[in-house]
Structures are given as C-alpha cells and as structure tokens.
Unconditional design. Structure first.
Length: 353
C-alpha cells in the first residue's frame, strides 16, 4: 500500500475547502472594494494609473474564480509535473472539458506577471517624463492602450498555444502517469475521457528502455520560461532605471515630487514582493524542480500551488493602503475609528507639483 504524505491534509478537505473558500471570499471582497473606490474617489495625481489598477483588480478576480472553479491538483514527478482539475472527467455533450479548463486557468494565471510589468513601465514613464528623450515620448494614450492590448494578446496566446501544443495529453504521457496519482487523488488520468496538462522532459524509450529527452516538452518549458523571463527583465530594468531617475542630480523633479515618486516606487516594490513570494517562487519550483534536478516531490506540488491563491486575495489591500486617498475613502466608507486629519498632506496630495 502506498504511503499517504503527512502534509496531505493541506490539499484535502476540509482544510482545502475552507482555504479556497476563504481566499475566494477575501479576494472578491477586496478587489470589488478597490474597484468601487477607484470609481468613486477623485485622485487627480494618480491619473491614468487608476485604469491599470482597475484592470489588475479584474485580473485578480478572474484568477481567484479559476482557483475556485478548477481547484487544481499539481503532482510533481522526477521529469516534470501533472496539472489536472480536482473533479476530473468534466463532460459537455460527450466532450471532455478538463484540458480546456486547465488552459483557461493558465491564461488567467499568467496574466498577473504581464500586468505587473505594466505597472513598472507606467511608473518608469511617469518618473522620467521630461527627462532625456525617448521614441515613446509622443505616443498618445490611445497608442499606449493599443500597444498594451497587442502585447497582452500575444503574451497570453503564447502561453496557451505553447501549453496546448506541447503539454496536453498524449497516449505516451497517459502511460507515464504515476500510480500514486489515482491512489492519492482518485483521478484516473489514464482514462481518455480525463484531461490535464503535463510536463515530462525525460521519457523512457519503449524500445530500448533508456531515458531520452522529449523535444516537445523541452521546447514548451523553454518558451514558457522565456515569457516569464521577459516580464521579469522588464520589471528589473524599470526598477533600475526608475530608481536612478529619482536619485539623479540632473532630474527636473522638484524635491516634493521626487519624494512623492520615491514613496510610490517603494510601495510598488512592496506590492511586487507579494506575487514574487506567492506566485513567481512556487511556480518556478514546480516548473524547474523535476525537469532540472530530477527530484520527485510528488504531492508536495499541491502545497506549493495552493499558496498561489493567496496573492490575488491580498493584493488590493496593499493598493488601498499605499494610496492615501483610497485609504481615506475606505475609512469613511466603513466609518472606521481612524484619524484622517493630516492625511491630506500625504504623498499623493503633495505631488501636485
């Protein structure tokens, strides 16, 4: 009899149901609250940034709904992982929806990294406005929106198409499903009616019995990592350039405006630390551990992935806290026993220069 891992309670009911229910409730509440505050609060100093914040809130809600609907399992192997819905063999008119639902979830999940990169690009362009010259200086708002939409479409399509082509079920990958998957979760992934996504960079040759590299899985993981690395590179470059612009002795910013940008920039760095801890880090371990090291972490992949449900539930709270006018609006909305006197001289208010 196969042993049950001691941490199985983390991805089994009742804890799993309570955890997902809590994060879903908190996420919908916090992000809807942020959307309401954005729509009803005037904060001229924020400008177009409010639309980016609103879009991020909508993305967080979609990711949360994906977590709650799919409630995926992630079983890690020595060559990759299997990603499949908790309730397998979801059928519609005789067609399995398991794999399409996995792909839809991936689309909602990976958009977080791109939208976060948008935040840093916006902050960089705001801080460096009037400093130096760039071919983007004369782009209109409509042009920026068009470019952002095109990048978004190609980025998401890149992930979905890559996974659909190189990580969806084949007879070979069904045959490689570890026996403990059915034992631990009750899901029979060898059944053609079940769907999932899979990464298996090394596979046993049926003729020779030797392990060989899989071209489709290797290429797929490299493309996915390249897309992740692209957003990470943009974020790192914007952090460096924005910090340099704020500290530059040649800056045309007034001391008050410099202070405003410095505080907003630090707030954005703190906001970035949360998805890095609860999204980038767990996902990187899932993608790379088996494929690179050959370690078989098995059901521990569920522990790693379940933590990614935390980020979309708490991100909006950071936005509300760091943007003072939003914080004041929340205090007044719920009539909280907090002092709002003096907050008007906060970073956003002082930044009118």
């Amino acid at each position: 009899k196969m042993p049950i891992p001691p941490y199985s309670w983390f991805f089994a009911d009742p804890f799993h149901g309570v955890f997902i229910g809590t994060t879903t409730t908190v996420s919908i509440f916090s992000n809807c609250l942020l959307l309401y505050i954005i729509a009803t609060t005037t904060a001229e100093q924020i400008g177009s940034y409010r639309y980016l914040l609103a879009f991020f809130a909508v993305c967080d809600i979609s990711t949360t709904i994906g977590h709650a609907t799919l409630q995926p399992y992630v079983h890690m192997t020595s060559t990759g992982f299997y990603f499949f819905p908790r309730k397998s063999e979801i059928m519609l008119y005789g067609v399995s929806l398991d794999t399409p639902l996995c792909l839809a979830f991936i689309a909602t999940y990976c958009q977080t990294f791109l939208v976060l990169a948008y935040h840093f690009v916006y902050r960089y362009k705001t801080v460096t406005s009037g400093i130096g010259s760039s071919f983007t200086d004369y782009w209109s708002r409509a042009y920026w929106i068009l470019i952002a939409i095109l990048i978004y479409v190609f980025y998401i399509a890149g992930f979905v198409v890559t996974v659909a082509v190189g990580m969806t079920p084949r007879n070979e990958t069904r045959a490689l499903v570890p026996a403990e998957v059915r034992h631990l979760y009750g899901n029979d992934l060898t059944d053609p009616r079940s769907g999932f996504t899979v990464l298996a960079v090394r596979r046993r040759d049926p003729l020779t019995g030797e392990m060989r590299w899989s071209a489709e899985s290797t290429i797929s993981i490299l493309i996915c990592l390249s897309l992740f690395a692209g957003t990470a590179t943009v974020i790192v470059l914007c952090i460096y350039q924005t910090n340099a612009a704020i500290k530059s002795a040649d800056t045309v910013l007034t001391p008050t405006t410099q202070r405003m940008h410095r505080q907003l920039f630090r707030a954005l760095l703190i906001q970035t630390a949360v998805p890095c801890l609860f999204s980038y880090a767990p996902l990187s371990l899932i993608l790379l551990t088996g494929a690179v090291t050959g370690l078989n972490l098995g059901a521990f992949g569920n522990v790693l992935f379940l933590t990614t449900a935390i980020f979309p539930s708490i991100d909006a709270f950071f936005v509300v806290f760091f943007i003072v006018k939003f914080r004041i609006a929340v205090i007044r909305l719920f009539r909280l026993p907090c002092q709002t006197a003096g907050m008007g001289s906060s970073v956003e208010h002082r930044g009118t220069s």
